[in-house]
Design a protein around this ligand. Structure first.
Ligand code: DC
Length: 211
């Protein structure tokens, strides 16, 4: 039986993870957060002191990787890793490597009939023939406010204007990069996540009823 795929794209801190988890629980689909893969790779590069401005050095280090962890962890959620991840995400070589990890993940997880995968280019590039594509929209100011609260709640120091500035910068990088920029996939449903999560869920339920 063909595996079902739901893709969720959208800018940083737009609530893709919360929406993915909701769908994954409701439909018993396996969730993959592709941002983790970019963050993990950034973490490896940081530890191995890879010069991220040198593509040959990046290629050499990627070719040396023997195993790759998909685990979430606090240490890959720092601002330093966020910034580094968005810098390495501009390279096509990096993107192709991570795209393959995602396809292998779907192939290897034999016991799941469905997957919900979130990121920036999932419906537009990685899984173009997905069954349902979502694009999450939230104003930058609201995203910054939510991210600020998240960081404070998890014990990190944070300054709202700084977070807003970083979010806007990451939006710019995500939307303007040459390879796989953040776009609304042409056959995607737009999900408005500016308001209360109940309002988002109502939209989601209507859409996923079609699967
Ligand atoms: O969603 P996130 O903040 O965890 O993603 C970290 C970085 O990875 C983000 O700056 C952009 C990049 N990314 C990407 O380019 N494409 C994806 N599909 C997912 C993340």
């Amino acid at each position: 039986m063909k595996k079902k795929i739901i893709t969720i794209d959208g800018p940083a801190a737009s609530g893709k993870e919360k929406i993915s988890k909701y769908i994954s629980k409701k439909l018993k689909f396996k969730h993959l957060d592709s941002g983790i893969l970019y963050r993990r790779l950034a973490f490896i590069f940081l530890n191995n002191k890879v010069d991220i401005n040198n593509l040959n050095h990046i290629k050499e280090n990627i070719n040396k990787i023997k195993s790759f962890s998909f685990q979430k962890s606090k240490k890959i959620r720092t601002q330093e890793i966020s910034n580094l991840a968005s810098k390495i995400a501009v390279y096509n070589f990096v993107r192709l490597y991570i795209n393959k990890l995602q396809h292998d993940f779907v192939t290897k997880n034999k016991y799941f009939q469905g997957f919900v995968i979130d990121g920036r280019d999932i419906g537009s590039v990685v899984f173009k023939s997905a069954d349902i594509k979502l694009y999450v929209k939230v104003k930058a100011e609201i995203r910054a406010k939510r991210r600020y609260k998240q960081l404070i709640d998890s014990g990190e120091k944070s300054i709202y204007p700084q977070i807003l500035k970083e979010i806007k910068l990451r939006d710019k990088k995500d939307k303007l990069r040459k390879h796989s920029p953040l776009v609304i996939p042409k056959d995607a449903y737009i999900v408005d996540n500016n308001g209360k999560f109940n309002f988002t869920i109502k939209q989601i339920n209507k859409i996923i009823a079609k699967i």
